[in-house]
Write a protein that binds this ligand. Structure first.
Ligand code: 5GP
Length: 190
């Protein structure tokens, strides 16, 4: 998605050799018009998969997941990283290693929100080592639902997340693929 690549080049900040900061349009302030276009792009790509639900992880996946669910006319569910007082006892959970925080997080979803036989599309802001997506797939499978695809806003294709997720039999579609983050420069994959 050319507009997203341009935005990354204009506003993305490279931290070290492997972190891209995009707080100005995705991770803290949200460029609503750009997010809506992402939703259209994901919905168009996955339109033949008979999606019943869009699933993401709080908090940065919610905006693109919501835009996609809105385009598809389905509900959007997000996994929580902490049990809250309003989370029921009856939950699916998996453990996810957080790339940016370097800690183990829980991923928790009330059982009533993902149902057996549903076709679930996962959406997330970044794909690095595939841990967040792996955690989502584990929950979808615990529910007896089908992980039918994974839409990623920014894929760091120098990490091995794509291999891990494709080996689990799930298709990935990324809007921007970064081949290299080096010396503060961003290089996109072909
Ligand atoms: P993974 O689970 O694939 O290793 O990493 C993906 C998760 O880590 C995403 O949900 C995202 O929140 C976070 N993440 C990974 N790499 C980056 C990055 O370069 N920048 C930002 N802002 N988040 C990242």
């Amino acid at each position: 998605m050319k507009e997203l690549e341009n935005k990354i080049l204009e506003e993305g900040v490279v931290l070290g050799d492997d972190i891209l900061k995009v707080d100005s349009f995705l991770n803290q302030q949200i460029d609503v018009e750009l997010i809506k276009k992402m939703g259209k792009e994901f919905a168009e790509h996955f339109k033949d998969k008979k999606i019943d639900k869009v699933f993401t992880v709080e908090s940065s996946g919610i905006a693109p997941a919501l835009a996609t669910a809105s385009e598809l006319g389905v509900k959007c569910v997000f996994g929580r990283k902490k049990q809250s007082l309003t989370t029921s006892e009856d939950v699916y959970h998996s453990s996810v290693f957080s790339f940016t925080k370097q800690v183990m997080n829980e991923l928790i979803v009330n059982k009533e929100f993902i149902n057996e036989g549903e076709n679930v599309l996962m959406i997330d802001d970044f794909l690095a080592n595939g841990q967040a997506a792996k955690g989502m797939i584990a929950i979808i499978r615990q529910a007896g639902a089908n992980p039918v695809g994974c839409g990623i806003v920014i894929e760091k294709s120098f990490s091995n997340g794509r291999n891990i997720i494709e080996e689990m039999g799930v298709e990935i579609y990324s809007l921007a693929r970064i081949a290299k983050l080096e010396d503060g420069k961003i290089e996109f994959a072909e």
